[in-house]
Design a protein around this ligand. Structure first.
Ligand SMILES: NC(=O)c1ccc[n+]([C@@H]2O[C@H](COP(=O)([O-])OP(=O)(O)OC[C@H]3O[C@@H](n4cnc5c(N)ncnc54)[C@H](O)[C@@H]3O)[C@@H](O)[C@H]2O)c1
Length: 351
């Protein structure tokens, strides 16, 4: 089979910086995390082109990875290199223009970083264009591609602990767009639902940064609650640890330390730790995502995330802020303004 041509736009930490720096600091299954390193490990992929507006970075990484088609303008890259697969790891602003242009100009698989956009409206328009052009889409919400999170879902679905009642995400006191696209996706992944009755949330937002429907910061979530139509509820709190608790009728499955291990607690009322699982993982989350995107695109396999799930994640994120702006009231999907725009700014940096 002829290899698929891969291009990467945005050569920062997620795009192309060497992730060796994280060795020993993150649990098994995370490395390689960068788009370039992961793509290199997929036999059917050939990384042929790079684009970054920072020319020092572009030439340094072009040389490092032996990639010779180097661009500072994404449209020129798409028109000249004609990639089959495009990875986008720029910051959020402008990302949807790149996705739309790529979808309309022959790219078959697009993997882009989170959050997809800054408004629900832009997210909808972007995924509509991807669907109209039959593009297979992947999203940087990488817990759903990680073997440990997937193993926890298998245990959940086995029914050993009864039905799922609540998902609790403990990702610290963290910013909405930087951290919580992961939290909302974890919730969607385990709840198996995108339809919610209501959500409510309290966020830390500086009143000086609220300009009508433009929120010029990356609000910190203090708490968030979602009641899904299928009866499952979910909450995000300020606890540290990057733990996820799947609270079931007869016990709790806990993914500890960002996928380092799974702990199973059983019982009602008091629960006892009955099993600890540490997986032996050979393929990183990003590599899993790429393999499955390839299979979905070439063989009609199931993509590891649907565009409806991507949209649902954006609705939850912007819905949290809308609820908070309204004193934490319960909010339904139809109440959340699709043009509420969150810039994701923290000081001089943007998510
Ligand atoms: N999935 C994850 O686990 C994860 C982790 C960290 C960051 N992220 C997300 O990934 C994105 C990138 O984060 P990062 O830390 O790698 O950022 P970064 O600042 O290290 O890298 C971004 C790169 O994109 C380039 N760039 C920006 N706009 C461009 C454009 N229009 N055309 C070409 N190049 C452009 C910049 O010059 C820079 O080199 C962010 O949106 C962030 O939220 C995801």
């Amino acid at each position: 089979m002829e290899k698929l041509k891969v291009a990467v736009i945005g050569l920062g930490r997620m795009g192309a910086e060497v992730s060796q720096r994280l060795e020993g600091k993150v649990p098994n299954g995370w490395l390689p995390i960068s788009h370039v390193e992961s793509a290199i490990n997929i036999p059917q992929f050939e990384v042929v082109a790079f684009c970054d507006t920072d020319t020092d970075r572009l030439f340094r990484l072009g040389q490092h990875y032996n990639v010779s088609e180097l661009y500072t303008d994404y449209k020129t890259l798409i028109n000249e290199s004609k990639p089959d697969v495009l990875c986008i790891a720029t910051r959020t602003e402008g990302r949807t223009e790149i996705i739309k242009y790529a979808a309309q100009n022959g790219v078959r698989i697009i993997y882009f970083e989170k959050p997809i956009s800054r408004t629900i409206l832009d997210c909808k328009e972007t995924i509509d264009i991807c669907n109209e052009n039959n593009v297979t889409v992947g999203y940087g919400v990488n817990r759903r591609y990680h073997d440990t999170y997937r193993e926890a879902k298998k245990i959940l679905k086995s029914g050993r602990l009864g039905n799922l009642k609540e998902i609790v995400v403990e990702h610290g006191r963290s910013p909405l767009y930087w951290t919580h696209p992961h939290s909302t996706d974890i919730i969607l992944f385990f709840s198996d639902s995108i339809e919610f009755e209501y959500l409510q949330s309290t966020c830390l937002i500086d009143g000086n940064n609220i300009h009508g429907l433009v929120i010029d910061e990356d609000p910190i979530i203090l708490n968030a609650y979602i009641k899904f139509e299928n009866g499952v509820s979910a909450s995000i709190n300020q606890a540290n640890g990057l733990n996820v608790r799947l609270v079931c009728e007869n016990g709790t499955i806990t993914i500890m330390k960002d996928g380092e291990r799974i702990e199973i607690y059983e019982g009602s009322g008091y629960e006892d730790l009955t099993e600890t699982l540490v997986l032996n993982i050979n393929t990183s989350a990003t590599e899993n995502a790429f393999k499955e995107l390839l299979n979905a695109s070439l063989n009609n396999g199931i993509a590891p995330i649907s565009t409806n799930e991507i949209l649902a994640g954006m609705i939850l994120l912007n819905g949290f802020v809308y609820s908070s702006l309204n004193e934490g009231k319960r909010v339904t999907k139809s109440e959340i303004p699709s043009d509420l725009l969150i810039t994701g700014r923290s000081g001089d940096y943007y998510a």
